[in-house]
Design a protein around this ligand. Sequence first.
Ligand code: SF4
Ligand code: SF4
Length: 328
Amino acid sequence: MAKPKVAFYWNASCGGCEEAVIDLAEDILKVVDAVDIVLWPVAMDFKKKDILALEDGELAVAFLNGAVRTSEQEEWSRLLRKKAGLIVAFGACAGLGGIPGLANFFDRDSIVDWVYKKQWGVDNPKGIEPQTEIKVPEGELKLPTIYDTVYPLDQVIDVDYYLPGCSPPPNLIMDAVMAILSGDLPPKGSVLAPSKSLCDECARNDSKPDKIKIKDLKRPHEVIADPEKCFLAEGIICMGPATRAGCGERCINANMPCRGCFGATDDVKDQGAKFLSALGSIIDTNDPDEMERITESLPDPAGLFYMYSLASSLLKRRKLDSEVGSRG
Ligand code: SF4
Ligand code: SF4
């Protein structure tokens, strides 16, 4: 019997999610044994024409990592949606917009202006910007258009399941692959990780006092954190209360606070707002000046609270652009 066909593809991402598949170690042999991988740009030399040649729906599943911010990424996402029975948004950037989504605090023109003209070290006296078409002796070359907005995958195509994390841990990847192969899947739209907060699974939760009260916020590099104590109780921002469990407390175990890469639990609409509300309840002052001093000690609160989720949050972006379908 033919094995189910599977595709892995990457959009706007760092490549870490592709590495996460490699991190399956010997388990990858079980995957390779059970499925026929027909697209995996980081590891195998398949071409777009190979995917175009498939029947619609012929792929059992496509795992797409990365956010969508170029016309080429949108085109590939739509192509794989057409060819695959299931689409899994693989990792924080596909599911939430992730770190690339922080670009939504700006717009394309200001980013291009900074990167190609204004930043230190740029030598570009003619102010040349990237072009999407260029004529060379061999003919005309076309490059993808960069969109004004970074989109999580489900703002571009219909997504069936979400595998959270930056990057998703190997045990969750294996569980997802096995669930797909067996057909034993939760309802469409589910996040394939527990819907409880990271604090619920954190070994440091027991060290929390009954009521946390803090008068100062410290950044991780300013102190040596006590490896037994809750970061928040020590005044170090930890997104645990607003973040989904399931990562194995990777950062906490390395004595670093959580930055929220698993996104929020099912019952939370906006991870940043949820954390802001948790933080507000533990700041130990009613004096407006004192409050301002404490909050101003955080250099980039929006970037911190929405580090992974800005593009999928209620805010979405700083300046709205045209709707999906008429990108620019
Ligand atoms: S705030 Fe962070 S350190 Fe404290 S219990 Fe939650 S996840 Fe653990
Ligand atoms: S501790 Fe937080 S930031 Fe670190 S891997 Fe887990 S969910 Fe992601």
